[in-house]
Write a protein that binds this ligand. Structure first.
Ligand code: ZN
Length: 410
């Protein structure tokens, strides 16, 4: 009994201590890595050459330590890149850290974007030689209340302050009147690589398309092949979940998605992500999509599409009809149009029939893009092969649809 009492006496102060170990600052972590990503909108006119030239000069002036400074002017990606080294004092008796990170300054449609990645730390203590190591390890323990040393508070607050100072200095050097922008919305896109190769090709193009759009239009577009990230703790940080070329097989992931959608989350799904048949065993998704796969054409072909509604935010830039680039098309039974909650936005034009050679779609009413009005969602049947993003007209719909989902009031 006495022993247990003693143990409690010993543990209680420890528990209180642990509670006090709240992190003093938060570092942004994306897919397990510390990544600062901030966009500044420029007020007034500026050119790419102006931003890149000034940023290159700034790198040279700001980072004078050996091994730091400007590393590349990457005109193809509209950016300049460099290495930043920061000295962070952590104690009164002269301990400090070197912090090293890759830094890029990119010119975008709205202004410029600063990214800080690959962050390393190196303690400098008298008589001890240390090497640089990735900050993520130390950050994870610090955040979980298990700091490596009493200096960690100063290390992390000092680093965040140094980045703030750096941003100010960059802003001054660019001489631009700017405001920091919060990302408009956050998208988490799931895809798979161990699937049909044409669907992997589509994922590659889709990721490239939305990554560029995100940089230009200031939203967060994160991608992952780890479907375990479809969990409640993780998805709460996103407004939109996208399925590029697959759908969840696991019960827990399916349940997370149902809860996300039932509580105002948004979904964009392409092609095979809407595939379901009698083997799928997920009644909720049949209801959600309002459709079950019935047939397809083969080989993949372009098709003329009818725009059912060009007042909807997703399709308002489209004409009455257009020819969509090569993809594989699906027919549906039940037909989503028979579901009163479904609003069909695009439909296969009957002039395409018979569509295909090996597998032929001979006729019927085939919705191609639709939304279930009970949710914030859009399904797009395109998504097979490397031609889908070849139509600027259709690409505009892809971008409008995501903006509609990301910015619609919840
Ligand atoms: Zn396909």
């Amino acid at each position: 009994m006495l022993n247990r009492f003693l143990l409690i006496c010993l543990l209680l102060p420890l528990a209180t201590l642990a509670q006090k170990r709240e992190p003093k600052v938060m570092l942004p972590v994306i897919q397990g890595k510390i990544v600062y990503d901030s966009t500044y909108a420029t007020i007034g006119k500026t050119t790419e050459a102006e931003v890149l030239n000034k940023a290159a000069k700034w790198f040279k002036a700001e980072f004078a330590f050996p091994g730091s400074g400007l590393t590349a002017i990457d005109k193809q990606n509209h950016q300049v890149k460099g290495v930043g080294i920061f000295k962070i004092p952590v104690s009164d008796d002269g301990h400090y850290y070197w912090m090293r990170a890759d830094i890029s300054v990119q010119h975008t449609a709205v202004g410029y974007r600063v990214m800080v990645t690959n962050v390393f730390e190196k303690p400098v203590e008298p008589g001890i030689s240390n090497e640089y190591s990735k900050l993520e390890y130390r950050w994870r323990d610090y955040k979980n209340g298990k700091p490596w040393s009493a200096e960690d508070d100063n290390l992390f607050t000092g680093f965040v302050a140094a980045l703030g100072k750096m941003q100010k200095s960059l802003q001054n050097s660019l001489g631009l009147n700017t405001v920091a922008l919060q990302p408009k919305f956050r998208v988490l896109a799931f895809y798979s690589t161990i699937v049909e190769s044409d669907h992997v090709d589509f994922a590659r193009d889709c990721i490239s398309f939305y990554t560029k759009l995100a940089a230009a239009q200031n939203f967060v577009f994160e991608i992952t092949t780890d479907w375990k990230k479809l969990n409640p703790e993780n998805v709460k940080d996103y407004q939109v979940v996208m399925w590029i070329n697959d759908f969840p097989q696991d019960e827990a992931q399916r349940k997370t998605f149902e809860d996300f959608m039932e509580n105002g989350g948004a979904w964009m799904g392409y092609h095979v992500s809407g595939y379901n048949d009698k083997t799928t065993k997920w009644p909720w998704i049949v209801n959600f999509l309002g459709a079950t796969f019935y047939n397809n054409n083969w080989p993949p072909l372009p098709a003329k599409l009818i725009v059912d509604d060009n007042t909807h935010p997703a399709t308002r830039s489209l004409p009455k009809n257009y020819v969509a680039p090569i993809t594989e098309w699906y027919g549906w039974k039940p037909n989503p149009r028979d579901n009163k909650d479904i609003k069909v936005l695009l439909t296969m034009d009957p002039s395409n029939y018979p569509l295909g050679k090996k597998d032929v779609i001979r006729g019927g009413d085939i919705p191609v893009v639709w939304t279930n009005t009970r949710y914030r969602m859009i399904y797009l049947n395109m998504g097979h092969g490397d031609m889908v993003f070849k139509s600027p007209l259709q690409n505009k719909m892809f971008s409008d649809a995501l903006f509609w989902l990301g910015t619609a009031p919840q």
